[in-house]
Ligand binder design. Sequence first.
Ligand code: GDP
Ligand code: IMO
Ligand code: MG
Length: 408
Amino acid sequence: MQEFLSSLGQVSAIIGAQWGDEGKGKATDIVSEHFDVIARACGGANAGHTIVVDGKKHIFHLLPSGCLHEGKPVVLGAGMVIHLPTLLEEIETLKEAGVDIVPRLSISDEAHILFDYYKDLDAKLEELREQGIGTTKRGIGPAYMEKAKRSGIRMENLNSDPSDALSAAAKELEKTYGLTIDIASEIARLKEAQEVLKGCVNDTVMQLHGYLKEGKKILIEGAQGTLLDIDHGSYPFVTSSSTTSAGALQGLGIPPNALKSCIGIAKAYCTRVGEGGFATEVEGEVGDRLRERGGEYGATTGRPRRCGWLHIDDLNKAVMLNGITHWNITKLDVLDEEEKIPVGVGYDNGNVVYEQIQGWKASTVGMTKFEELPENAQSYIKYIEDKTGVSVALIGTGQGREEMIVRS
Ligand code: GDP
Ligand code: IMO
Ligand code: MG
């Protein structure tokens, strides 16, 4: 463990290598213990990160999954789009679990506020599309549209009275899209947030650079996954933010050369929620088995996730785009019953070429040592290492915080 932790350096990012839901939350929770500051950089409440601690499930949408570790500053960066009622709800839920996050929470004054009516617009845009994207309907696209259009309202506005700016921006959207926006309710929600978040809205770029100068270790929790990246993902079936390590650094205002390691998170198989191509998808009995064994239902929307196999080309793309230095292969236990595990290794006339890896047909649930794994499970991990040239440092064997193999 110690060797792994010291190889991460001062700034490390945890980045999804697939289409999201790889298990970033669990890795963040575990690795956070050894970092001083935990940050989220991009995206919004389209994310759903689940951790299980002492049998209790916690789902985070906006706060980073490391926030259960007492005393560590938590930062929400400028690249985020923040739905304030969801944030207040998360703060409240944490309070009920005995964690008061507000005194150690900083939100970038440059982050954008995501209003309720963006969700209505998200749904409307989906309706208007000939082929829907299958968004989470959390208003993410509209929030980044407003940001790019330079009509967005940022967290800095929370320190004064944002009513006029909000009314002007809302009226324009009403006119363009025929929406009916309840501005008074939006303002009431803002006022409530102003009350709770007094003192939380800061210049987080200066703050993070202060931590760097003091030698503090910063862990960045990515959201979504590499294949959902607005530039490099499976466009147009992507989210509206940059989901790579570079996007995370930009979202926080940390320079690229500060990043010392990147933990790529990939399931031992693959899932996707929403529309868009998924070459190694399996439907029918096998897909259903993976979904049931893996509990593959969205943490944000409850939608069933589409299931399939790894494709080495996708993993290698994620390695290239993010500079992945270590893998965390999650949910190995979900494959315990498989006779053969197909892995995509290329394409022939548009069809996936598979190699068949021998399954292990034995339980790996809860294992914490690599040597305990059945031989074929060890071979599967080594196969991923061989094909991607990146070592597997962490292997997930269950939902619980302790169900993880850490290889030094
Ligand atoms: P995230 O969005 O990347 O944080 O992932 P999600 O939380 O949306 O989905 C991952 C799901 O897999 C969650 O329900 C986790 O509790 C669960 N999970 C994570 N790692 C493992 C593992 O190694 N084994 C099993 N069985 N479940 C896991
Ligand atoms: P985490 O952080 C899985 C997907 C949606 C849809 C597409 C666009 O939990 O891994 P959006 O609402 O962002 O406009 O939807 O992106 N998507 C995710 N899929 N995990 C996520 O987050 C996702 N965030 C967005 O399903 O296909
Ligand atoms: Mg998720």
